[in-house]
Each structure stands twice: as C-alpha cells, then as structure tokens.
Design a protein around this ligand. Sequence first.
Ligand SMILES: [Zn+2]
Length: 515
Amino acid sequence: MAVDARSGRILAVGEDDEVRRSGGRDAELVDLRGRTMLPGFIDAHIHLLATAYRAHYIDAAECASEEAVAELVRQRAAQTPPGQWIQGGRWYKDAWPGQRFPSKAALDAAAPGHPVALWSKDGHLLWVNSLALQRAGIDAQTPDPANGAILRDSSGEPNGVLQEEEATNLVYRVIDKSDPVLTHHLVRRSLTDLLRAGITTIHDIEGSDALELFQQLRAEDELGVRVQMILPRQALPELQSLGLRAGFGDDMLRLAGIKIFADGTLGSQTAAMLAGFEGNPGNRGILAIPEATMMEAVSTASELGLSIAIHAIGDRAVQVALNSIERAQQRLSDANQQWVLARLRYRVEHAQLVAPEDLERMRRLGVVASVQPFHAVADRDMAERYWGRRARRAYAYRTMQEMGIPLALGSDAPVETFDPLNILYAAIQRNDPATPERAAWMPEQALPITQALWGYTLGAAYAGGEERDKGSLVPGKLGDAVILREDLLAIESEKLRENGVAATIVGGRIMYGEL
Ligand SMILES: [Zn+2]
C-alpha cells in the first residue's frame, strides 16, 4: 500500500513494483515482514467520555469486603494529586461478611488527603470519608433531609454513609465533576488505548461536552482517532437552527446525526416488548418516547439531512423505530428528495430482539443493524431468563447478515470492552473469551470471520455514510490501517485474541506501535 503523505490517502495497493512506482523516488519503504494489514477498525457505537471516566473511577463490584474497597482507594490515592476527588462505586455490602454498612474510618485511613465518594451498586447509598463530609459541610449538627438519612454513630457523628437522593446530593453537589484538565487527560489516555487496540475511527454517541472536547483535541492535533459524532435528540433544535447536516466537519471530526432512545434495557426489564417478559406477562417494558414524538423527530432529522440512530432493544421498540423510519423515508421520496436519502443512514442500535417481519422490513428499508457482539455473550443468561423461548431469535446477527441487512459492529464501551479482537471472538465464537469452557450460545448465529471483519470496517463505514473514504484499503480512501501480528483469516479462532496489534496507522501516520 502506498499512501500520499500530504493527503493521508491511499495512492496504490497491489504488487510491490506498482506500489513502489506510485510512491515515487522519495517514498519511505516499510517491510511488514509477513504481518497482516487490515483496514483500521471502526467502532460504530461507543461512549468515549464515559469510557475515559470509567477507567478512572474505582470499580468495587468485585470487592468481597469493606477492606478490599479501601485497598483500591489506597492505590488510587497514591496516583492522585492530594485534594482531588476519588470517585467510583458499585460496592455491594450484601456480598461482604456481616453485610454491615461501611464507615468513613476505612476510607480515612486509605486516603486521608483526598475526598472520597463511592456509590453503592444500586446507586442509593453514597459512602464518603471525613474530608468529603467536611467539603460538603456535613457534621453532627446537620439535620437529616426530609427524604433521606445521614447515618450516624452512637455519638451522633456522621459515619460516612448517606442514604437516598436528598442526602447523597449534599455531597454529590460539591464534587468537582467537570475538572477540564482531568477530563482532557483521561480522554487523551482513552484515545491512546483505542489506537493500541487498532481502532482508527469511532462513532461517539455523546453530547456537547464530548463534542467540545474533541474540537479542542482536533485543534491541538491530539485527537489521533477519527470521530463521528452522534448527538442526542435534544440537540435537534440547535442543529436545525444552524442548518448543520450529516458530514459537516473534516476527516478527523465529523457530524453524523442524532440518537433517539426508543426503549430501556433488558437487565432492568424496561426494553419495550410485543409480549410480556417471561414470568411477568403484564410487563411489556416501556417506550422511552411516544411514537408520535419519535415519528416527528425522525422526519425532522431526515429532512435536515441528519442520520438517525435509534436505540431499540425489545421487539416493540424496533417495530416503532421502523414505523418512524418508513414514514420519514416515504416523506422524503414523496418530496423528490431521494438525493438526501442516498446520503442518510438509518440505524437501529442493539436490535437485540426483532420480530421476523421486522427483520424483513429492515432489509427492505436498508436500515443498518448496529450491533455489539459482546452483548450477546454477556447477556445470554439474562436473555433466557427474561425472554424465554424468544431468546433463540435474539442477537440474530447471522440471520441479519444472510438476509442482506447491513451490519455495523461496535462495543458500547464503557458497558463492555472496546477491544475489537475480543469482540470479534465473541462474534465468531458466540462465547465470552473469559469463559471459554461454556458451550457457545446459539452458535448458528455466529458470524463467519470475513463477515465479522466486514462489520468492523466497511459495514461500520457505511453506517457512518463514509464508505467512500473508509473501511477498505483501496486507492483514494484514507490510509487508515491496523497491522496484526498474524493473519486473522488463517489462525485458529481460539488464538484470535492473542494476535496482538503491532501497529495502527491513521492517514498514513503511525499512531501506535512500530513497523
Ligand atoms: Zn450505548
């Protein structure tokens, strides 16, 4: 492959001689010594700011005792400038010996010079240390709020646990949540992690705070990874008043469109279902938005030239999403706006359970299934518990692919890992790489490696309306590539995850590793 150094685009691909000729006399030659070059991975669904924060937050979910959590805090304190907040959570006292509430004493010993605030797993309790209480102005004289409690020791001193929103808010409101220096630092670190994993483009589903930061990093030439922005539906009026369309921006940072939530999640049983959840027939989940409002938003966005990504997990949510998409497409073609339609992408995010007739409709309407194969293997027990027999039709990636529905693969980080090799493993093995001893889950829905790779490259590029610029190594496209130590198509799939990324190239520049 020859890449033009100035434009960052591919000049030639093919036989050595031909490539050498297009590179010209001054070209720098690199021998990959038998390693494999693929188009850079495109993660079609990620929340990068949240991923950056998550990496920084303490995750106490696996801690078996109060002391174990305190130990994590002690380690974090050693790397954190004094006075800065240490945050995190997911602690679960019912998994600890004695099931007792924790106290500020353990955190004071671990991090005397840092305010600490740790949420319980269910988010209803906040465990803090003395410095955090002091910053919030809470002491023995502070009365309990009307709908909440400040737990106390026998002498009336707050003991470090706050119960329910009105009490937890007393501390939460004084936490420095938007430290720009910290955020900048964390996001840069996560961008480096993406490059290390071979990712050259992300579709970031976040709001104006992320967009602003990406613009700043773009201006400083520190972005490194290309970003397509998918903004919340609530941004529609601003986008409309400015007249911004999909594609606005440049090769590093580009506006794609908006995201609409059609329903909730499987785990919380808020996914919108055509029939009730297993064992709970009265509960059909919830639509996160009235159908009329969704129709209006999808039509408005379409007419403005903005692509639309609809989060839909349950089969009723997918149905409602497709109703809106079908209507919007019809309106555009009635108005002779086919040229707008050709540039727009309609995507259903997750598409975890889809009625058979709606799969057919997705194909007919050209709707992209933006799926995260790691969810299939992480959610398998939950899907069987809440969906019963219906789970056999869930996460039906192979069926979709064979029907001709375009697939775009992604991670949904920070919910799951963003490592493409782990995700590809999940896609082709229908198994969690952490539990290889389990039988594959519905292996008939496993994707062939070539199709999984397509979804991570050209399919994801198509979902972003960038298939002319990205997703394959052909002349004229951007020189975005990943160098793997071995050929993914040749190695056994069990070894796939060990096949590390040797280098990541963006626009012809080596952004990670060495050649
Ligand atoms: Zn997501």
